[in-house]
Write a protein that binds this ligand. Structure first.
Ligand SMILES: C[S@@+](CC[C@H](N)C(=O)[O-])C[C@H]1O[C@@H](n2cnc3c(N)ncnc32)[C@H](O)[C@@H]1O
Length: 273
């Protein structure tokens, strides 16, 4: 079973479901407009077992009843929803893109509050939250020290920052074998040691780190479908020719039966306090 967003037909998607804008200093960045929101809903759904694996890893760090939890860069709300179900805290989803917020509104339960804002200028008073979750967002943040300062400001004393992302080797994520340029050393993704240093300077120390296996696609056909939505920002940022060459290699392997069963990848959950 897929949580929230059922895969639809590729034909229903715009030919190119995103635009790529140049960031100030970190290379191409994805613009989360209406087309990308549609591509994201179609291409980034996770099976409920994968979402539950993340909630199992996160649960020891989540607030209890009367607590407050912030999901930064919540996107379409796939994790805001899961977090609201995994703990009794009040969940707030903060997201800068109006298109992603609209998708989030459609997807999240009504008790999740959805607010416009960026990681670098969080629209909340100090000490508001007992935990902050940020999934696959940190590579979009243009000013990491500013983000770290904002985290420290809105987190209550002893509060947890839960960072979800892929910080391991390229081999942890099978699809990037076909798109080596999307995972190169000069990509826009800040490394975990760098993020850890920036957060430490703001007073947040690393207290836990787990690698969480998740099923990204049920089989090769679904992997091909998800890659075809181009809703992963490293694929969105690739030159078209490089992206299409990778798709051709993947399609040939799928046709050869290289992915007969679930395609599992490993991402990281890193916790700071
Ligand atoms: C890859 S999506 C992740 C969405 C969601 N967290 C998830 O895991 O499904 C990245 C999200 O970060 C948002 N974003 C981009 N720049 C941001 C910033 N400076 N601060 C907060 N969110 C940002 C985008 O609009 C997009 O919704």
């Amino acid at each position: 079973m897929t949580v929230g967003h059922a895969p639809g037909s590729l034909a229903a998607l715009p030919a190119r479901g995103f635009t790529v804008a140049m960031g100030q200093h970190a290379g191409p960045r994805t613009t989360y407009d209406t087309a990308m929101a549609a591509a994201y809903v179609a291409g980034r759904a996770l099976p409920s077992s994968a979402v539950q694996a993340w909630m199992t890893a996160a649960r020891p760090h989540l607030p209890g009843r009367s607590g407050r939890l912030l999901d930064i860069g919540a996107g379409t709300g796939r994790f805001s929803t899961a977090l609201a179900q995994a703990c009794p805290a009040t969940v707030v989803a903060c997201e800068p893109s109006a298109a992603m917020r609209a998708a989030c509104q459609a997807f999240c339960p009504s008790d999740v509050r959805i607010v416009a804002g960026t990681a670098e200028a969080l629209p909340f008073a100090e000490d508001t939250f007992d935990a902050v979750w940020a999934s696959q967002v940190v590579h979009h943040v243009e000013d990491l020290p500013r983000f770290a300062h904002e985290l420290r400001r809105v987190l209550a004393e002893g509060g947890a920052f839960l960072l979800r992302g892929g910080f391991g080797a390229v081999t942890d994520i099978p699809l990037y074998r076909y798109f080596p340029g999307a995972w190169s050393a000069d990509s826009t993704h800040p490394s975990l040691p760098h993020i850890t240093d920036v957060l430490a300077a703001a007073g947040l120390g690393r207290v836990a780190h787990a690698q969480v296996p998740q099923v990204f696609a049920a089989d090769g056909d679904e992997l091909l479908y998800k890659v075809g939505t181009r809703s992963l920002s490293p694929l969105a940022a690739l030159p078209d020719a490089e992206y299409h060459a990778g798709v051709r290699r993947l399609r040939a392997d799928v046709a050869r039966g290289a992915f007969p069963g679930p395609v599992t990848e490993r991402l990281d959950l890193v916790v700071f306090r």
